[in-house]
Design a protein around this ligand. Structure first.
Ligand code: ADP
Length: 388
């Protein structure tokens, strides 16, 4: 027994050490596998000299250079980084900072392709030696799509503004000849009504009505296009004062319909006061027009959200089916005939344009027969892109 006793702890010791080494080997193998199978390029640099200590196989996939062309070379001696002062500057920065991130570093692959990479570096110590690990992710496609999206948006903004100019010029220039036609047919009606036959009277009447309708449509179109073309005059607008103005313009309709309007506390917002008044006027005007059988009640409210004010205009009117929630905001889109309810279908389109011009959103919640609530938001501060 005595002879083998000392051997037991010794054996345990060896086994312990073996196990520790084995676990280290395993862990290294695991990390090596991660390194070798990573779908990002990984370079490990000596922080002192800038030489590549290690490069993973994906580097070759990414840039088309063989691993031999990376290993042992200094960063700025390797193909895609070669000779550029920028690479030396990048390395100087890498040496200085523990972590570095470039969003779109442009590189050229072995076969001349332009590859944009997201570059992230981390510096750390390995056996007293400072090394820098650089991860390179190919974001060429993402960047291409981003550029495409920006181009498309710019194109859209350009064509929108052209269309707006066109609508403005066309509706403005159409007013003049239409005025001439309208006054001629009105004169015809005044001087010759009853002197021709009954059919002629009927034709003249139709012509008079149609020119009036056309004048209304053109005026509405002009009003709509002006929202985008007129100069911006944003300032601090007291929503309570703005609402009072809108209610004053609707005084006759309000009293004739016996509508009750209530409102809670209203904020001062960053807005164009006359355009905001137009929004209130159109929404309240609609609430009066599309009232139900019971006495009409309209409630206006405002609630503070994270970076915006949420306004609401609720009524107890006829309501709208959900399938029309999008359509009603389009130009000249209506759900009723002119005989049922007067209007051209431009009111909500104007509201939408004004609200969006302020950086906000406009939408509806409604139930047929119960009423509708129109919501719109006005951001607390204007986005820089909205200030021209
Ligand atoms: P208009 O009032 O000239 O018809 P709008 O653009 O203001 O044009 O409204 C479009 C359509 O949306 C209206 O024709 C109506 O069908 C519907 N609508 C708008 N506001 C309301 C409301 N408060 N209640 C019910 N329907 C509404």
């Amino acid at each position: 027994m005595n002879a083998i006793t000392p051997a037991v702890p010794l054996t345990n010791d060896i086994a312990e050490r073996w196990r520790a080494e084995e676990s280290l080997r395993l862990s290294e193998a695991r990390y090596r596998r991660l390194f070798e199978t990573a779908q990002d390029g990984i370079l490990v640099l000596d922080a002192e000299t800038g030489r590549v200590l290690d490069a993973n196989p994906f580097m070759q996939v990414l840039l088309g250079y063989s691993l031999e062309e990376f290993l042992g070379r200094k960063l700025w001696e390797i193909g895609p980084f070669k000779g550029t002062e920028a690479s030396k500057t990048v390395f100087a920065e890498l040496q200085e900072k523990d972590r570095l991130h470039y969003e779109g570093l442009p590189l050229e692959s072995h076969d001349g392709r332009r590859v944009e990479v997201e570059f992230v570096s981390n510096a750390f110590l390995v056996d007293e030696r400072r090394v820098i690990q650089c991860n390179l992710r190919d974001i060429t496609e993402r960047k291409r799509l981003e550029r495409l999206a920006i181009e498309k948006l710019e194109e859209l903004a350009r064509s929108n503004s052209e269309l707006e100019q066109f609508a403005h010029v066309a509706s403005h220039d159409l007013q003049e000849p239409l005025r001439a036609v309208a006054s001629c047919v009105q004169l015809l009606q005044k001087r010759y009504a009853g002197q021709l036959d009954a059919r002629a009277d009927e034709f003249i009447l139709h012509a008079v009505q149609a020119t009036k309708r056309m004048q209304t449509l053109i005026n509405d179109l002009l009003l709509y296009s002006r929202v985008g073309t007129q100069m911006r005059s944003f300032g601090l607008a007291d929503a309570a004062v703005v609402l009072e103005q809108a209610l004053a313009s609707l005084a006759v309709a309000l009293s004739e319909s016996g509508t009750t309007v209530t409102h809670g506390p209203l904020p001062t917002v960053n807005a164009d006061p006359s355009q905001l008044a137009q929004v209130f006027q159109n929404l309240i005007g609609n609430a009066i027009k599309f009232r139900g059988a019971q006495p009409s009640v309209i409630a206006i409210g405002a609630e503070r959200r994270a970076n915006e004010w949420l306004f609401s205009v609720s009524d107890n009117g006829i309501g709208i089916e959900e399938q029309y929630f999008e359509r009603i905001f389009r130009v000249f889109q209506r759900l009723h005939t002119r005989r049922q309810y007067e209007g051209t279908g431009i009111g909500l389109a104007i509201c939408k344009k004004v609200v969006e011009r302020h950086g906000g959103r406009l939408w509806i919640e409604s139930q047929v027969g119960k009423g509708s609530t129109f919501y719109f938001t006005i951001p607390e501060t204007l986005q820089p892109s909205e200030v021209h």
